[in-house]
Design a protein around this ligand. Structure first.
Ligand code: ATP
Ligand code: MG
Length: 572
């Protein structure tokens, strides 16, 4: 009985304590969350906090973004500006919408790059601010056209895309896994920080922007032609000179990391990309980059075991580990050797024993460099600075410098040549003009002046006269008196001239082809009209032409405020 009573009391107490604890947790969700929250990017807003306290639990939280090929017109652009516009919202307030559905720009660049903090709206979709219909389309779907899959790693899938706003091609890396928690999300976001940090370096991937939506990270970057791995598979035998150039590019990239006390930890052929337009090699995939000061901590993650330095197994993360990985990658590239991910050969390679049948293929100079980079003792390995001061690499750098100087010079020469050519063209036309003026002064060349009409020789017979009927252009100053009746030029030239055109300046004649659409109005047949094309250049009013009984209106064009008349010889 006593036992039953004790048992009953214990169960009741447990139920009560569970109830009270659950109540307490419900009341303080933010504080609980804050404890586990890792630093957020500076420019993020608090939407992620809002969703945590949304009583209506997010049904789309674990829904992957849908990749649809087509855009539905009029959809809502799930773009949100992260530049603090929403910071006025209190931290505890609940968002009207699921914040995970809204695309948030991620940037660590700061205020000098305001563009990085905003996501551009899709050009094809009308933004309707009042709309609450988010649709199922992600920012990625709205703004990009997915063209092909470029590659896939352990963290993400990379797609070749066309940006709908500028029509250019880019690569977008989408994280494979949903954000499992703040720690995981912070790790992914750290990659953005590194991409942004090294984006300006010639031998690192150019980064455009990043955003998160539907608990995934999206990173837009420059599109590269292929990875070194793909390049090796395609070429198989890479000339040694090219190997040296690749080594130089990667040492430069690595130096910029090491100078900042960062280690890449994932150097391998798959993570080196070749630029779209040239042969420059660019280091990519900054997903495992760590600060040397934080090395050996739980944050460090080893990369691909094929390229892993031996000391990583003992938890020693140092810059020398990157040098080893680069050395073994060069061995793979130069000897077209398949690297083991474990086994006896793996250990031999880490003991400094390189297989003769492979290493013999390359020059002694390159062999020595690779061997030094793959020294078992990390302290014995050369640094990036030491490697860059290798005579061969030094020579190459000097050559590159002079090449850059030459290309800069030739570019500026081409530019100045274009300017000079433009000026010379002006000079040419100026010289021609001078020549004409000179000829005019010397009376050798007399241009036809419209203000001084010349006397046209009278036609010897009516027939020839007809053949040489001129077309006269009158510049009408007033509105054109177009009526339904046939208009005769004599109307204008005689006393009936209401507009007193006859008193105005002498009309001048132009060689103009009659317009076809006025054929209905013309009394001239086509053959006659074609002969009219060869017009007499000028008309003088007191010439025999002034006896013409009527000047038939041949063409009226009120639009151009010009009239073309044909002198129609009246036989009667
Ligand atoms: N900007 C780019 N242009 C062209 N191809 C790219 C680009 N970025 C990545 N790729 C391709 O996608 C592959 C995977 O990309 P990435 O290495 O960034 O993904 P990951 O998941 O971080 O890989 P890992 O398993 O090495 O960590 C690369 O090996 C490369 O072939
Ligand atoms: Mg990779």
């Amino acid at each position: 009985m006593l036992c039953a009573y004790i048992l009953n009391t214990t169960v009741t107490l447990q139920i009560w304590s569970h109830f009270v604890r659950s109540k307490l947790i419900k009341k303080t969700p933010n504080r609980k969350m804050e404890m586990h929250r890792l630093p957020l990017p500076e420019l993020r807003d608090d939407k992620h906090r809002h969703k945590q306290c949304n009583g209506n639990e997010n049904s789309n939280r674990f829904r992957p973004p849908k990749y649809k090929g087509r855009l539905s017109q009029g959809g809502y652009v799930a773009v949100e500006n992260n530049n603090g516009a929403n910071n006025s919202q209190s931290l505890g307030s609940c968002s009207a919408h699921n914040s995970s559905n809204i695309a948030h720009a991620i940037s660590f660049r700061g205020v000098e790059f305001p563009d990085a903090n905003t996501l551009p709206a899709s050009p094809n979709v009308q933004q309707d601010a009042s709309s609450t219909d988010f649709g199922d389309q992600s920012h990625f779907e709205l703004c990009f056209e997915r063209l092909a899959k470029l590659g896939e790693g352990s963290f993400g899938e990379v797609f070749q895309v066309r940006d709908r706003s500028d029509g250019r091609l880019y690569a977008v890396k989408i994280s494979k896994q949903l954000f499992r928690g703040e720690q995981y999300r912070a790790e992914r976001l750290e990659e953005v920080r590194r991409y942004e940090e090294f984006s300006g370096h010639e031998n690192c991937i150019r980064f455009i922007r990043a955003w998160e939506q539907y608990d995934r990270l999206y990173m837009q970057m420059e599109l590269c032609r292929e990875s070194l791995e793909q390049y090796l598979l395609r070429c198989q035998q890479i000339p040694e000179e090219r190997i040296w150039h690749i080594l130089l590019d990667l040492l430069r990239a690595l130096k910029s990391l090491h100078d900042r006390n960062l280690i890449h930890l994932d150097i391998k052929l798959d993570n080196v990309l070749i630029g779209e337009d040239d042969e420059t090699c660019k280091l990519a995939d900054f997903g495992l980059v760590i600060d040397v000061d934080r090395a050996n901590s739980q944050h460090a993650t080893e990369g691909d075991s094929r390229y892993m330095a031996p000391e990583i197994l003992q938890g020693q993360f140092s810059k020398a580990a990157d040098v080893f990985s680069l050395g073994i990658a060069m061995l793979e590239l130069a000897c077209y050797m398949e690297l083991p991910s474990n086994g006896p050969l793996w250990h031999e390679l880490r003991r400094g024993i390189l297989p003769e049948e492979f290493i013999d293929k390359i020059s002694q100079e390159l062999q020595l460099v690779i061997k030094s980079m793959m020294m078992p003792d990390p302290a014995a390995r050369p640094t990036t600075d030491t490697l860059l001061s290798h005579p061969k690499l030094q020579r190459m750098q000097e050559n590159q410098k002079s090449l850059i100087t030459v290309s800069n010079l030739s570019r500026s020469f081409r530019k100045s040549r274009r300017v000079v050519y433009g000026k010379v063209c002006n000079w040419k036309s100026f010289a021609y003009r001078c020549l004409f003026y000179l000829l005019e002064i010397l009376h050798l060349y007399k241009p036809i002046s419209p203000s001084q009409p010349t006397i046209t020789p009278a036609p010897s017979s009516p027939t020839t006269f007809l053949a040489a009927v001129p077309r006269v252009e009158f510049q009408l100053v007033g509105s054109t008196p177009i009526t339904n009746r046939d208009c005769y030029a004599s109307d204008f030239l005689t006393g009936d001239d209401e507009l007193e055109l006859s008193k105005q300046e002498t009309p001048h004649v132009i060689n103009s082809t009659p317009l076809n659409h006025n054929q209905g109005k013309s009394r001239l047949d086509s053959s006659r009209r074609s002969s009219l094309g060869k017009t007499i250049p000028t008309l003088e009013l007191d010439s025999p032409y002034s006896n013409v009984a009527s000047l038939k209106l041949f063409e009226t064009s009120s639009f151009r405020r010009k009239k073309l008349f044909v002198l129609d010889y009246d036989d009667e």
